[in-house]
Design a protein around this ligand. Structure first.
Ligand code: NAP
Length: 357
């Protein structure tokens, strides 16, 4: 059936994040899912055969019959591609598609910290998208790569952004309790996680620390390099742990500010936080990017992970910290706000801002 929607595809369509993307793209008002790619284990099969569907929502009917392709840029994929590839292959595959003219909206960590690659949360730093101009010129790519943060960074950065603007961040300490779905499928072996906490997730702490500073950094659009992000001048220390929760990363945060703030002022900064007007109207933008729970024992993944369709950072338990200034809890959905939903919102912003014309 003819449609005015932009055709899109997914690289890594069969994995945990790829399945979320397929689900969120079903009946999307702007995008039409027409192409799927995965490894040679899946290529040549129908999506319904290739994919071990793990979501509660049924596999979208339109996706079931699509054939899975090899992840090779041979001219048959749409211009806009969402990427949720195994991190071991993401660098090579995403780079090949960007070089071949595709706009790749990536969930992988491979390019996130490259100076010319935008790392974007639309509610927080939409202007950083401008880095793609330097990226395309300097790399000679006719396409581009835009990234969203690690699933543990996103809730932290969203909850910190209004506090940084209002009071200036000095120090941040974060301890995560991360869901098993964050490790992909089949992910963490049952015998490792059952009744257990694993106090190590390879590379995660370094990612959270560096990405938070890049996201809350400032874009110097006049620099000689046609754009450069000066990292936020605060310190972050992250402790990352895997726990036996299905979906939703819960994080306990202590924070010190550069200027004094009352508890009411911190709450007001969160309550008044709004995305810029060009972001608020995007189809996947949450009505409230930050949801405040007033109960003494919330947020909890069991009750709060799907707030604003899984796109909110849910905060609560704000209280004074005897070491830094305040402490609180933040929760976000790792495969929606931390991955597929984040990439979708980035792509919507790219379309709205003319980056896909
Ligand atoms: P996953 O469930 O393991 O899925 C990996 C995907 O990559 C599958 O579609 C797989 O296809 C494909 N793949 C593997 N080797 C390939 C190859 N050689 N060529 C082409 N495709 C290949 O992983 P995931 O959890 O969805 O994560 C995907 C990416 O998103 C990772 O980079 C991860 O770090 C990032 N991420 C994940 C989360 C989360 O909460 N899960 C959050 C943020 C970011 P086959 O099925 O054919 O093997």
């Amino acid at each position: 059936m003819a449609t005015n929607k932009l055709q899109v595809g997914i690289l890594g369509a069969t994995g945990m994040v790829g399945q979320r993307l397929a689900s969120l793209l079903d009946h999307h008002p702007w995008f039409d899912l027409r192409w799927l790619g995965a490894s040679d284990r899946s290529a040549g099969k129908r999506y319904a055969e290739a994919c071990n569907w793990r979501l509660r929502e049924p596999m979208p009917a339109a996706a079931r019959e699509l054939m899975v392709n090899d992840c090779v840029p041979n001219g048959n994929a749409p211009q806009l591609l969402f990427a949720s590839l195994d991190s071991k292959v993401a660098g090579e595959v995403e780079g090949a598609f960007a070089r071949a003219g595709h706009a790749v909206v990536s969930n992988s960590s491979y390019y996130r910290m490259e100076a010319d690659v935008p790392l974007v949360i639309p509610e927080v730093n939409p202007g950083h998208l401008a880095l793609v101009r330097a990226q395309r010129r300097e790399r000679g790519w006719s396409g581009m790569i835009v990234t969203n943060p690690n699933c543990t960074t996103v809730g932290l950065a969203m909850s910190l952004a209004p506090l940084d603007r209002a009071f200036g961040l000095a120090k941040v300490m974060m301890t995560s309790m991360q869901a098993v779905s964050g490790a992909g499928y089949p992910g963490v072996p049952t015998l490792d996680i059952l009744g257990n906490v694993i106090p190590y997730i390879g590379g995660e702490e370094e990612k959270v620390e560096a990405e938070t500073q890049k996201l809350l950094g400032s874009l110097d659009a006049d620099s000689a390099h046609d754009g450069h992000v000066e990292p936020g001048d605060f310190r972050v220390s992250a402790h990352c742990n895997r726990v036996m929760v299905e979906d939703g990363h819960t994080e306990t945060v202590s924070v010190a500010f550069k200027s004094k703030a009352s508890r009411d002022q911190v709450l007001a900064a969160w309550r008044d936080f709004e995305a810029p007007s060009e972001v608020r109207t995007l189809p996947s933008a949450p009505g409230r990017p930050i949801v405040i729970r007033e109960e003494k024992d919330r947020p909890q993944p069991k009750f709060d992970v799907n707030a604003e369709h899984g796109m909110a950072a849910v905060v609560g338990r704000l209280r004074p910290c005897p070491v830094l200034d305040y402490k609180y809890v933040v929760l976000s959905h790792n495969t929606i706000r931390g991955a597929a939903g984040a990439a979708l919102l980035n792509a919507e912003l790219m379309k709205a801002e003319g980056y896909l014309d």
